[in-house]
Design a protein. Sequence first.
Length: 556
Amino acid sequence: MKNYIYIFFITFLLSSCNTYLDRIPLDKPSDVSFLSNQTELDMAVTGIYNNLIFINSGMQFQLWTETITDIATERSTPVDMDAQNAFVIGLWRNLYVGIARCNYVLANMERGKDNIDATIYNQRKAEVRFLRALNYHYLVEYWGGVPLVTKPLPIAESQLSKNSKEEVVSFIMRELDECANDLLEKNDPKLGRASKGAAWALLSRVALYNARWDDAISASTKVMNLEGTQYILDNNYQDLFQYAKEYSKERIFSVLLKVGVGASPNSTYQSCGSRNAGAFTSKVPTQQLVDSYECIDGLQIDKSPLFDPKLPFKNRDPRLGYSIGYSGSIYCGYQFETHGDSLSCWNYNTTPATRVANNDVLNAFATFTGYCFRKYVDYIDFINGNTGRNELDFCIIRYAEVLLNYAEAKIKAGKIDQSVLVAINKVRQRPSVNMPPITTTDQAKLFSAVCRERKYELAFEGTRYFDILRWKIAETVRNMPALGRMRKSYPSVAPTLDEWGSPDYSKIPVAAPGESSDFKLRLVRATTFAPAKNYVWPIPATELQTNLKMVQNPGY
């Protein structure tokens, strides 16, 4: 399927008093001479790309963070974000390992300058700067201020205090702006290499997340100027997250996943798929996400005359069905039905179709909200028996996000014009979605509209966590319990939705802990968010123990 060169990054011997070890080996790379030709440089850069693979709980970490938002949840014990948390420690370490690898290459690649074509040399250098900026992007958005390290450090200089978030963000933006000049002109998703468009797209996100509106507008515009030649909005929304469109021109930058590369295999299918289709169904959409999608008239379900509470999936934004498996739909060749009395269902993987036991109801570990994600769950993995070892590349940023970045930045900057509506409506009106256009130019209403649009368009793609933090709504939506469907019915009325698309269920019965959820919404998990501390993560305890200049984030 994919032809990659995957290596483990070389562990270098930096110094030794042993004269034998100081000799340059003739049959393998040496720290004294490594990076002296293009082969070695490419090996090193490939190792940095591979470091982007960080699997947590079976999936790329960006996807897992969706389960600590309002739109998804998981079955396992709730994550306690403290300084001892293994994921917090592991991600911090992984990101700084990536940065250290970047710093090593940038500090030593001069060795090969005379032996490598100048264009290739400058391109690889720019790729490394891009990757370092990407690692720092995740660090500052999760942890706030962090140490800014831009060169290899000897142990004597390893005690570092934090730089402010603003300092690190300025560094990221400067690096992305400068490195774009030498990156690939043409985006090629099969290669997995950063292009000019990737640098500008990431810059648009970093600037938007940090309220640098003009910079976000400028960077987004540069990507938008490549529409048609480099980037498109793919006609088929659902296939963007399947092998069929793994190399779509809408994908701007992806993590290339390969079985055998990474500390643990990518098993997103197994984590998110249905029980009938051989998966564990441990990460699932919430009722809150399902109810937030509009009706096809462009109105929220509490205002649309097209919404029927007894047929809740009829007349809805098509992205609901493209993103989520719900009762009555077909999921990986099976009738997907989570009504508590549906003890059998149709298996369409046989000819003719046959009735089989409905494990999406009978299995004690079936979906506990009544829904499954479709994104990154591909029927091909089921057919090929690869449900626990997937190679579907994870898309970090795609063109639709850039359009929404542009629109939001223009709105927040008070520069509303026709281009804002064009950008939003391109996303809403791709042929497979075709939702009514947004027409308002009222700043408050338009901002709410673009925020909701990000929720519909980008659900389960790794951006929701950052969105609810920067909009300061995490303390509201994360202090509401995660809910699932009624097991044997549907509510008689729609919930009330606010300007963010967040439902209020005060008019609908919710089951208490231990109470039957046959005719009440299921209370899946009580979630909490303490605004005094949870807007950033704790610095890992291991870092505090080894770096005495490091100060813990407030509240931890």
